[in-house]
Design a protein around this ligand. Structure first.
Ligand code: HEC
Ligand code: HEC
Ligand code: HEC
Ligand code: HEC
Ligand code: HEC
Ligand code: HEC
Ligand code: HEC
Length: 313
């Protein structure tokens, strides 16, 4: 409590003046000036909301309370404003993913109903809602902070074409997580090592990213018959870019473990080189031996011949 008051007091002096509507300004005067992270209910939260970045985000015109429905104007305690019933229900289902305000995390559904439904029904959403885990991805895991979301094609967006692979990789590069869910642990490597991944790194505009094959909000397990990478569904998935893709073409397994194959190939090459050298050396030695033997043999013959002469004479 003492700490909170001191933070607040130290802010009052720093408060810049912004041309916001009252509903945003009330919150942002404090939160723009607040620097640093605090521990809140056992989780680390960042109190700072950068006013300029918020303003240029897709949600920059909204009141903070559009998402933080429970909050009043300045000051915000107690946070007990009435909450839209659907949002309240959803907030309980996704609470495990929230750090400070589950209502804000559920509020996206008011305006992005379809996206939210798809995510909840995906392998990621089910992980949260059905399994009660916090490992699956929800909106902010892919879109970044709720306060600075930009259009999907913006160069800052973590879901744009050139960043989305890295965004999926935050979790899919984690071997412990893969092991826990029985997912192949090398999907990132196998992508980067694949023909597609190599083209992507080189900046090829048509090379597929993770979402070209898996989708994004409605990602399903590879064993789910509705997954775009399940069985013959791949004909359509690959067919977007490879005209005339057939059953045989799509059987080219995309996440085949690249690990041991190049490894053994390299080992094999070393063994082969060593064998060639060893063989050459052995060959030279044998040749030399046979030469020496010939010489010695000839000498002995000559000696014997001489000695024979002696006896007979
Ligand atoms: C007088 C300064 C001040 C104003 C104005 C203010 N806050 Fe805060 N806010 C704080 C402080 C200090 C904290 C640190 C956590 C705490 O002590 O509750 C905080 C924490 C938070 C948190 C995270 C913790 C939680 O309780 O969920 C959210 C979300 C939040 N504020 C949103 C808002 C919104 C939305 C508004 C406008 C309706 C607002 N704040 C207005 C000072 C302020
Ligand atoms: C588009 C919806 C949306 C708007 C608008 C919004 N927030 Fe948030 N805010 C969120 C979400 C979602 C979270 C994350 C909640 C969680 O994880 O518990 C969050 C978290 C926070 C936090 C806690 C920080 C953290 O690390 O989680 C603070 C403080 C906060 N918001 C303040 C504000 C202020 C001040 C404004 C207005 C300038 C604002 N928010 C506008 C959705 C929004
Ligand atoms: C009050 C309505 C509202 C709420 C609540 C809201 N959004 Fe939005 N969102 C919008 C509008 C309006 C746009 C801009 C659409 C446009 O300009 O075409 C937008 C844009 C977006 C975009 C960018 C879309 C694109 O074209 O690339 C994303 C991503 C997004 N919102 C995610 C979220 C998330 C996550 C939350 C919850 C934390 C949320 N929104 C809460 C109304 C809302
Ligand atoms: C697994 C990662 C992931 C999750 C989780 C996720 N998104 Fe997205 N979202 C994306 C990607 C990737 C795109 C851009 C796709 C593209 O390039 O067309 C996107 C695009 C969007 C768009 C723009 C419209 C569109 O379909 O292109 C909106 C709005 C949006 N997301 C909202 C949300 C909301 C709300 C949530 C939470 C319910 C959410 N997203 C969860 C990855 C994700
Ligand atoms: C916050 C971490 C996180 C992020 C970010 C994330 N995922 Fe996942 N993903 C998971 C977890 C955890 C599972 C396993 C869930 C389960 O089985 O309950 C999973 C499962 C999957 C599966 C299903 C695997 C199977 O069983 O066949 C696919 C496909 C997938 N993710 C693709 C993606 C793609 C593509 C992206 C980026 C757009 C992405 N993920 C972003 C955590 C994440
Ligand atoms: C060219 C299409 C394609 C691309 C690009 C792609 N995948 Fe896959 N993915 C597949 C197919 C097909 C499967 C089904 C299993 C297999 O063939 O290995 C799969 C399976 C998976 C699985 C489940 C693996 C398992 O066996 O448990 C995960 C997780 C996954 N992909 C994540 C990703 C991520 C993350 C990316 C981006 C780095 C990505 N995929 C890029 C086609 C693709
Ligand atoms: C988003 C577009 C896209 C998707 C989806 C896609 N590919 Fe590709 N693929 C490419 C591009 C681009 C290349 C590189 C072509 C080049 O430069 O010659 C490529 C190259 C290949 C190659 C190397 C040989 C060749 O034909 O050029 C194979 C094999 C391949 N893809 C298989 C697949 C399979 C199997 C799938 C589905 C699981 C798939 N691709 C999905 C765009 C895609």
């Amino acid at each position: 409590m003492v700490k909170r008051i001191s933070i607040v007091l130290s802010l009052i002096l720093l408060v810049p003046v912004f041309a916001y509507g009252e509903d945003i300004a009330g919150c942002i005067v404090c939160h723009n000036a607040m620097a640093g992270k605090i521990e809140y209910n056992g989780k680390v939260i960042d109190l700072n909301v950068d006013a300029r970045r918020f303003e240029i985000s897709v949600h920059g015109a909204f009141a903070c309370t559009e998402c933080h429905e429970r909050f009043h104007e300045n000051p915000h305690t107690p946070a007990d404003n009435p909450v839209t019933p659907d949002v309240k229900k959803l907030s309980e289902e996704v609470a495990i993913k929230a750090k400070a305000d589950p209502v804000a995390l559920a509020a996206c559904s008011k305006c992005h109903e379809d996206e939210y439904r798809d995510v909840l029904d995906s392998v990621h959403g089910r992980n949260v809602v059905k399994k009660g885990k916090a490992d699956g991805a929800l909106c902010l895991d892919c879109h970044g902070s709720a306060h600075y979301i930009t259009k999907k094609n913006d160069k800052e967006s973590p879901v744009n074409r050139w960043k989305v692979v890295e965004t999926c990789g935050k979790c899919h590069g984690n071997e412990k997580l893969a092991k826990e869910y029985g997912i192949a642990k090398h999907v990132m490597n196998s992508y980067y090592e694949s023909f597609h991944g190599k083209k992507y790194i080189l900046g090829h505009k048509r090379a597929p990213t993770c979402v070209s094959c898996h989708g994004y909000h409605d990602i399903k397990s590879k064993d789910d018959p509705t997954s775009p990478v399940f069985g013959t569904n791949k004909i359509k998935t690959c067919g977007h870019c490879h005209k005339g893709a057939n059953k045989k073409f799509v059987a080219a397994i995309t996440h085949k473990d690249p690990g041991p194959i190049p490894h053994y190939a390299e080992k094999g090459l070393i063994i082969l080189t060593m064998s060639v050298i060893a063989f050459t050396v052995l060959h030279v030695l044998l040749e030399a031996y046979s030469d020496i033997r010939d010489v010695l043999f000839r000498r002995r013959k000559e000696v014997e011949h001489e000695e024979g002469k002696g006896y007979s004479g």
